[in-house]
Design a protein around this ligand. Sequence first.
Ligand SMILES: C[S@@+](CC[C@H](N)C(=O)[O-])C[C@H]1O[C@@H](n2cnc3c(N)ncnc32)[C@H](O)[C@@H]1O
Length: 260
Amino acid sequence: LSDRVGRLTVIGLGPGGDAGRTAEVVAVLAAATDLVGYSTYLDFVGVGEAPAATRHASDNREEADRSRFALDLAATGADVVVVSSGDPGVFAMAAAVMEQLDEAPDSAWAGVEVSVLPGVSAAQSAAARAGAPLGHDFCVISLSDNLKPWSIIEQRLDAAAGADFVIALYNPRSRARPEQFGVAVDVLRRHRSADTPVVLGRDIGRPAESVAVVPLGDLASPEGQERVDMRTVVIVGSSTTRRFTAPDGTSFTYTPRRYP
Ligand SMILES: C[S@@+](CC[C@H](N)C(=O)[O-])C[C@H]1O[C@@H](n2cnc3c(N)ncnc32)[C@H](O)[C@@H]1O
């Protein structure tokens, strides 16, 4: 075993292309000896961005294995970067690495210097495209029931909508559970009017980017729900979120800073 201290840095790439990276993420990628991550996200890192790095691509569902692999590699003295999309702390790899470290405090990973660098999360990117829908209190909820029961998700949606938060929904609608998004919309409709603005940000920062603002009522129908998939972040307005047309003709959606 080498006595060098390795490094493991968990980073967020931002939503897509290199224009969304922070300067510290750019620097860490440039110095990396190894990149570890889900293959789709590793593909977002250009060869020139991490010229010296060996790439270790994995399946999307192997977060625990991937974290242990990255820690083992760093323990040999490597400069390992674990790659997430958006922000690594939002439904991504930073917590997965923490879980492994927390479970094995006396392990061979003792010499590894672990750090997390933030990135621009999908909700922030989509919000900026639409105007300022996160301008007042908001919360973020994943609709994935891989790691938590659906009953908890429904309870949180109900509580957040009842508290009049703007709500950003991640992992909103997958092929494996297409009907649950409709249930989520029904829960939100208990507290929000049909004309509440909803931002649908899809593939933000990537070549296929699209942003649409639709009334919440439109998402009650199967056709409306078809517009939402796992490449979409959904921002549901609060009771005060508004849409208006600016003097240059641009349509913006925002949540005022003052509460009535
Ligand atoms: C596992 S979560 C990862 C979130 C990521 N760590 C972040 O901070 O953006 C994946 C979900 O994030 C959202 N997402 C990630 N990148 C996106 C993008 N470029 N455009 C729209 N939504 C995105 C989608 O809701 C997707 O289902």
